[in-house]
Design a protein around this ligand. Structure first.
Ligand SMILES: [Cu+2]
Length: 293
């Protein structure tokens, strides 16, 4: 790969400039007093974007390597060469080397000064999730171990081989439970060794039927569990609560059933205009399929 050193402090590392109206420049600081790092240690860049390495103290390189050999110069890879920066240069300007990104493939970079690479002074463009492994390999640390001396590295936890504390897998359990005196078969996911299920506490759903000048159920629909009860409280003047079907909403289930089903029917519940107590009619939910009217 070609690079040229321009008369100013800027160094162009790229052999090709990909034209792009929206190209971004990614700034990376190399080194600094007591710092053996690229900062940030990774960038995600698009083709045509540039990565500008700003070199600080003391004397580093930005040199392309490979994932397999993090601390070895890649064949035909780019290399800024050594860029010495005086310790008394506190305000810059600092030398800049610019690399133009050509595709989305990872670009692996290291500093080839002394043992900087072995101390974790590596960098990558578009590494995906492989940067921790790349840096660990540079440092000769087994993948998965915690790295030291770098604040930017993230090492994944080693695989858990302790079966005693491993998360148990969910198994499907079928059990018979008694709800409101009725046996129900229930299927659920459970961790082995966990407690057996207990019947849910059944609840009563109150529905007000009618009332002065009201010709509706309030609420008009409820969601109930098996074992729950629904209590219809009849207000003025004279209503019924009669089970029908989705297909024939205004005809009693008892009259439309082809299997001899008898739907519930409260019968007519006359309530006087001046009544202070109101009749109720309670049904129990036997399954969760019923259409209740
Ligand atoms: Cu270095």
């Amino acid at each position: 790969m070609l690079f040229s050193i321009v008369p100013t402090l800027a160094i162009i590392l790229s052999s090709a400039v990909v034209p792009s109206v929206l190209a971004a420049d990614h700034q990376v600081i190399v080194g600094g007093p007591g710092v053996l790092q690229f900062n940030p240690s990774t960038v995600t860049a698009s083709p045509g974007d540039t990565v500008s390495f700003t070199f600080k103290q003391v004397n580093h390189t930005a040199t392309q390597s490979t994932f397999a050999n993090p601390c070895q110069m890649a064949d035909n890879g780019f290399d800024s060469g050594f860029i010495p920066v005086s310790a008394d240069n506190t305000n810059g300007p600092f030398p800049v080397a610019q690399f133009t990104v050509e595709d989305m493939n990872p670009v692996w970079v290291y500093c080839r000064q002394a043992n900087h690479c072995q101390q974790g002074m590596v960098f990558a463009i578009n590494p995906g999730d492989k940067f921790p492994a790349f840096q660990a390999a540079a440092m000769g640390v087994p993948v998965g171990s915690t790295l030291s001396g770098t604040s930017s590295s993230i090492a994944s936890a080693p695989p858990n081989t302790n079966t005693a504390t491993a998360t148990p897998s969910l198994v499907t359990v079928t059990a018979t439970v008694t709800i409101s005196g009725q046996q129900q078969v229930t299927t659920y996911g459970s961790y082995p060794g966990s407690a057996a299920p207990t019947a849910a506490v059944s609840s009563d759903h109150k529905v007000v039927v009618g009332g002065p000048n009201k010709l509706f159920f309030d609420p008009a629909n409820i969601t109930a569990q098996v074992g729950d009860t629904v209590t219809f409280q009849f207000m003025q003047k004279n209503h019924t609560s009669t089970q029908s079907t989705f297909a024939e909403p205004c005809i009693s289930l008892t009259q439309t059933s082809t299997s001899g089903q008898v739907g519930f029917d409260s019968g007519f519940m006359p309530v006087a205009d001046n009544a202070t107590t109101f009749p109720t009619f309670t049904i129990e939910i036997n399954d969760v399929l019923s259409e209740v009217d």
